[in-house]
Design a protein around this ligand. Structure first.
Ligand SMILES: Nc1ncnc2c1ncn2[C@@H]1O[C@H](COP(=O)(O)OP(=O)(O)OP(=O)(O)O)[C@@H](O)[C@H]1O
Length: 523
């Protein structure tokens, strides 16, 4: 008798109101494989994960089996956990302020039956065992936000492994790796390779198709809630082919670099001597039409710059000159930034100021700068909606409805709302933090084109990113940060390898995982 797959789903359908978001989804994940689940924003990936973990109830007729044993539906979260299914959420899903030990053991702490006291020695031993299994050790008493990015990735895997029996179980990574830099990704997959070689399975959800092509053994593709492919071997399938399967069309080739710079002009924006929690004398000058990237190691401070430029993060000191007017950064505010024509697209939606219980259109109208009660408000509102609609079309918002409530949109679609809102306002300066992080490859193409169009029209663009592919697609010039200030500059539309080499001071860009044939895992 052949061994059953690690996970098998059958006829999983989910409907919200009149919207059927999953339709008869049946697929299998084998033992010891990395299985990727890909699809455009809103195609139903997270909904499927939420069915597997018991957050959403599938329609009658669905089946979910782990190692051939059917789970009762709707899935009971504790039963899923007991059968060896673990989930790592977006951006590793760790609590920064809590220690490694607390992150490892939260939800699992056991108090003595009589004393009601927690046996910390037992908890430490349990946590340490996982790091032994991974052969990587991380200090248990350090708060997670003080760890290196690589160590944080180790903790996320170790934490999930607690629910999987040695050599068994399934870890679901729901966009967990999306904020990791190249070097941390290499480390992450080195560890995960060891875990799956021992027999544990991984279900990987990621919009980085280059990563999927590098590391996955097989791929399942969802389009509009339906299966397009189930368990297709990934061997020798490049990013382009995966994109075609996902989008149902060919992806136009993306040119790299901005190419619209007019550096002889007086700068549209200039930051000097910026001091903040992680910044220490940083400075950037951006000409009208120029797209400048800032990058570096995770703790180098470059990520703070868009927020300082948009007045969202108060700097301790430094000067901003925008359109020839100097401003003391210690006195700067978000409203002053908006008035100066500076727009911010943050990296995570929590910082994006989305009003989750309001519609897409209502969010696009926020914040209003003055004239709230004016008789002209309805006219302005209609004009705003008219300006927004083409952007919602261009970014393929799903559902394409300006009246949809934001909390009901998928994560990537929420990100698109923030982008559409600011792009529709034709800002003078755009401050972007990982602008394509949560969006699918089709929308990434559109966003890159839209940012370049904005630059061509004279907008000065700052892009903070740890993703060398994103930087290479967008930027004319890249500043590399170290210890809170600029330590190097790459000009002439640098490529991804050059960027990684500059950030890590080494030219060694290892493959994320050996080829499928080498791993001997492809049937
Ligand atoms: N609680 C809900 N109520 C109503 N609609 C919902 C709810 N949750 C999700 N949806 C809808 O279900 C569809 C699928 O969403 P889902 O989050 O599964 O997409 P996804 O493939 O994970 O997208 P992304 O890549 O953007 O994260 C979307 O159209 C979304 O608007």
């Amino acid at each position: 008798m052949s061994t059953p797959p690690r996970l098998r789903t059958g006829a999983v359908s989910v409907t919200f109101g009149r919207n059927r978001v999953l339709r008869d989804v049946g697929f299998e994940v084998g033992a010891g494989e990395i299985h990727a689940l890909i699809g455009q924003n809103g195609s139903g990936k997270s909904t499927l994960v939420k069915v597997l973990t018991g957050l959403y109830v599938p329609e009658p007729g669905a089946t979910v089996e782990v190692d051939g044993v059917p789970l009762r539906l709707p899935v009971r979260p504790l039963e899923a956990r007991a059968s060896g299914v673990a989930v790592v959420h977006q951006s590793l899903g760790l609590v920064g302020e809590a220690t490694v030990l607390e992150n490892m053991r939260v939800g699992r702490l056991r108090a003595g039956r009589l004393s009601r006291r927690i046996h910390w020695e037992h908890e430490r031993a349990q946590a340490a065992r996982m790091f032994d299994r991974l052969e990587h050790h991380v200090p248990l008493d350090t708060p997670v936000h003080r760890l290196s990015e690589e160590d944080r990735a180790t903790v996320a895997i170790a934490r999930a492994m607690q629910d999987t029996p040695p050599g068994g179980g399934l870890i679901i990574f729901d966009e967990s790796t999306r904020a990791l830099s190249r070097r941390s990704l290499e480390h992450f997959y080195e560890m995960l390779d060891g875990v799956v070689r021992a027999g544990t399975s991984a279900l990987l959800i990621s919009h980085r198709l280059e990563e999927v092509a590098d590391v996955a053994d097989r791929v399942t593709v969802l389009r509009d809630g339906e299966l397009v492919e189930a368990g297709l071997p990934v061997t020798r399938r490049g990013e382009g082919e995966l994109a075609r399967l996902m989008l149902g069309r060919n992806l136009a080739g993306l040119s790299s670099g901005g190419g619209h710079a007019r550096p002889q002009d007086t700068p549209a924006v200039e930051l000097t001597g910026v001091a903040g929690s992680r910044l220490d004398g940083a400075g950037v000058r951006i000409a009208p039409g120029e797209i400048v990237g800032v990058t570096g190691l995770a703790d180098s401070g470059y990520q703070d710059l868009p927020y300082v430029l948009a007045g969202v993060e108060r700097a301790r000191g430094g000067t901003l000159v925008v359109a020839g007017n100097p401003v003391d950064l210690a006195q700067f505010s978000p409203m002053a930034a908006i008035d100066a024509g500076i727009a911010l697209v943050p990296g995570d939606r929590e910082r994006a100021g989305l009003a989750m219980d309001q519609s897409v259109a209502e969010n696009a109208a926020l914040p209003r700068t003055g004239g709230r009660g004016s008789r002209l408000a309805p006219i302005r509102r209609r004009a705003e909606l008219a300006g927004l609609a083409p952007w919602l079309d261009r970014l393929e918002l799903s559902p394409r409805d300006p009246h949809a409530v934001v909390s009901r949109l998928s994560g990537g679609n929420q990100q698109k709302v923030v982008l559409a809102k600011w792009l529709a306002r034709a800002p003078k300066v755009l401050a972007l933090h990982e602008p394509t992080q949560a969006v699918d490859i089709g929308a990434r193409e559109t966003i890159v084109a839209a940012v370049k169009d904005a630059a061509a029209a004279g907008c000065a663009v700052l892009v903070a990113s740890g993703d060398e592919n994103e930087l290479s697609m967008l930027c004319d010039r890249i500043l590399v940060f170290r210890d809170g200030r600029v330590s190097g500059e790459l000009t002439g539309s640098p490529g991804p390898d050059e960027i990684v080499a500059a950030v890590f001071s080494s030219t060694d860009r290892r493959p994320l995982r050996g080829h499928n044939e080498e791993r001997g895992l492809v049937p």
